[in-house]
Design a binder for this molecule. Sequence first.
Ligand SMILES: Cc1cc2nc3c(=O)[nH]c(=O)nc-3n(C[C@H](O)[C@H](O)[C@H](O)COP(=O)(O)O)c2cc1C
Length: 280
Amino acid sequence: MNDRLHALLEERFGAPLSAPLTDDLPDAWHMIAGRGSCRHFTDEPVSGSLIETLCALAFCSPSKSDLQQRDIILIEDERLRTVLNQLLTTGPLAQEWISKAPHILVFCGNNRRQRQIHQIRGKPFVNDHLDALFNPAVDAGIALAGFMQAAEAVGLGCCPISAIRNEAQQVSNLLGLPDHVFPVAGLALGWPKFPPRITMRLPLTATLHKDQFNEENISHDIEAYDQQRNAHRPIGAQRDVETHGEVEAYGWSEDKARQYTKPEREHFGAFIKSKGFTLD
Ligand SMILES: Cc1cc2nc3c(=O)[nH]c(=O)nc-3n(C[C@H](O)[C@H](O)[C@H](O)COP(=O)(O)O)c2cc1C
């Protein structure tokens, strides 16, 4: 029985795993089980060579049909960073912490290269439908996860930033993104000020299905998760108290329901279409 991993997974899911864990487990599993997003960094920069190595490791991750439809943009220019900071730290979805992150990268889906290959090879491109967007978005997400795992393995802290898509058109203009290239997520990177904290996950009874999709116990699972999360680490501040009031038992589900009573990125579809994608 591997007590450390067992304890981490129990903290993460609120119950011990039913599968027994042996002692000869890779250290990487402890890192994965204990990881957490980082939004507070020291002032120490990360060396350019380390960031480049992490990008290379990110691109080692799998890619749909080996099409490699994802790119990373490193923000190095200080003036560009200042403008990006302004975009991300103003407006209703502003996130102040981002401006203090030592480094920002932007993970993009890139379906343009595939179309260029068709031109170069003189072959028709006949997959101008939803897959042209979906596959690059998934590829970029996988690369993002690969980058984070590699970064966290050397003690770096990371946090993905969907807010990069709040003003997708402006971000696209700033980064010079051409047609069929789009931002999927930003990533904040730096040396963490604090060790990672575990955010609990829904129990496997809700998210792991065997043979058939099953949501029989969904209400119970969510209620139990709310309670366990509150006992573990309650959500700090209640969201949008003016609209929804203050409630005694404020859990994850109340927070997420409140979050999505407000539109987020409702213009993203129009932006994607403006990049030349047909979503049929
Ligand atoms: C695609 C993606 C976008 C995210 N965007 C943001 C963001 O804009 N701001 C933020 O603070 N966290 C963002 N996060 C981090 C999540 O909030 C975080 O993963 C979640 O709260 C769970 O916490 P943990 O990563 O510490 O386990 C994002 C995560 C993902 C995967």
